[in-house]
Design a protein around this ligand. Structure first.
Ligand code: COA
Length: 383
């Protein structure tokens, strides 16, 4: 296997983008990443694009063909990758494997979702859960995560305020991110008084409905300095699966797919949780941010609530989490999220994250999950 490097990244503005179509967003992200890498479109040998549900959100399937055509990339192979909200993370992993194996040299991995054109996105998002056993019985994504939150509160004494703190810290970071959907500061009181979505989760515990795209350019590590002075190296790419339904889990306060993917990633990189300097984790709901820092090994099981309250996940804390603002503040265009997380870690490791820059970073991680944890992708990067 060859070592792989990232030589270019991009993200579009995230938000409710009325004047930008699906095809415009992904083309913008692709062109910006190509520009960032200082290459030509003609240098690309393959494209992988993460997308959860263009068929239901914008009534367009066969998006790999659409995108290659629109971007002027024909005839290179372009492949759609789908694993619900982890589609972006898996598109990245597909690109990494294509370069590592020697099959291709310069590859683009991207992600895109346009979610705001449907009247009710909740049933579309719910297709990532078990239709027969969960959704048809009345469950939705907020209600499934609400059950995980309730159980975590019951088992470990996690408080409503501690859940809220996760959102507050995300928004404090997202306030500094010009590409974020909701770049505003919020308080614990505002979270606790925002409208109820699925008890105990309120509006400000939830990631929003988002349009957006992001892209990264990969090449063999040995070639990276031909293109850039600041290559970012892929130290590990891991993926694991878990049960799609919550009712099949041994414990609904642990996402086993994350635990397995993290274990593989640490082994591959020869690193431990305490070696990670910064991480972008999948906080589609505040509870999932807490579960992530436990399942990735940053804090002991059940201790995420007090740890967040103590500020260890702040930008100047022991393990800075979601300097971008996370899914909560940056936004969560499902198929684009895993790639946007990667773009943020690359900017942080290059020292290009503007006002939200954390100094002295060497090792960064991304954690992207699909559904309520049926799929998890964990990547580790270094500068
Ligand atoms: N955070 C902060 N503000 C939000 C928000 C969020 N997550 N979602 C919406 N808002 C704001 C809107 O901008 C709007 O503000 P305005 O009145 O000033 O214009 C207001 O709240 C109401 O927005 P609306 O679009 O009517 O909200 P909604 O009630 O239809 O949807 C949720 C809110 C939380 C239900 C929806 O965002 C949601 O389903 N999120 C979860 C998405 C999800 O499951 N993703 C996959 C996870 S795996």
């Amino acid at each position: 296997m060859r070592d792989v490097a990232i030589i270019g990244v991009s993200q579009t503005k995230f938000g409710e983008l009325w004047d930008t179509s699906f095809r415009d967003m992904i083309t913008e992200a692709g062109l910006k990443a190509i520009g960032d890498a200082g290459i030509e479109g003609a240098d690309l040998e393959a494209m992988f694009v993460g997308n959860m549900s263009a068929g239901l959100f914008v009534e367009q399937e066969h998006i790999a063909s659409l995108i290659a055509d629109q971007a002027g990339l024909n005839p290179i192979p372009c492949t759609r990758v789908e694993a619900a909200c982890a589609s972006g993370g898996l598109a990245l992993r597909s690109g990494i494997m294509a370069v590592a194996s020697g099959y291709h040299d310069v590859v683009i991995s991207a992600g895109v979702e346009k979610m705001t054109d449907v009247v009710d996105p909740t049933p579309v998002i719910s297709t990532a859960a078990d239709q027969e056993w969960e959704v048809q019985q009345g469950a939705s994504f907020p209600s499934l995560y609400a059950m995980m939150a309730r159980r975590h509160m019951h088992e470990y004494g996690t408080t409503r305020e501690q859940l809220a703190m996760f959102s507050v810290i995300n928004h404090k970071n997202g306030f500094l991110n010009p590409l974020a959907q909701f770049p505003m500061k919020i308080t614990v009181d505002q979270v606790l008084n925002s409208s109820m979505v699925a008890d105990p989760l309120r509006l400000l515990d939830c990631s929003p409905i988002t349009d957006g795209a992001a892209a990264v350019i990969l090449c063999p590590a040995e070639d990276a300095r031909k293109y850039t002075d600041t290559p970012i190296y892929v130290k590990a790419s891991a993926q694991a699966s878990g049960t799609i339904g919550l009712h099949e889990r041994r414990d609904i306060t642990t996402i086993d797919a994350t635990v397995h993917a993290a274990r593989m990633a640490y082994k591959m990189a020869g690193l431990k949780p305490q070696d990670i300097d910064v991480a972008e984790v999948h906080d589609c709901f505040s509870i999932n941010g807490l579960l992530a820092i436990e399942d990735l090994g940053f804090v002991e099981k059940g201790k995420a609530g007090p740890a967040v309250e103590d500020g260890i996940t702040e930008r100047d804390g022991k393990i800075p989490i979601n300097p971008s603002g996370g899914l909560k503040s940056r936004g969560h265009p499902l198929g684009a999220t895993g790639i946007a997380q990667t773009a943020e870690i690359v900017w942080q490791l290059r020292g290009e994250a503007g006002k939200r820059q954390i100094n002295g970073l060497e090792i960064g991680m991304t954690h992207n999950i699909g559904g309520t944890g049926g799929t998890a992708a964990v990547h580790i990067f270094s500068n």
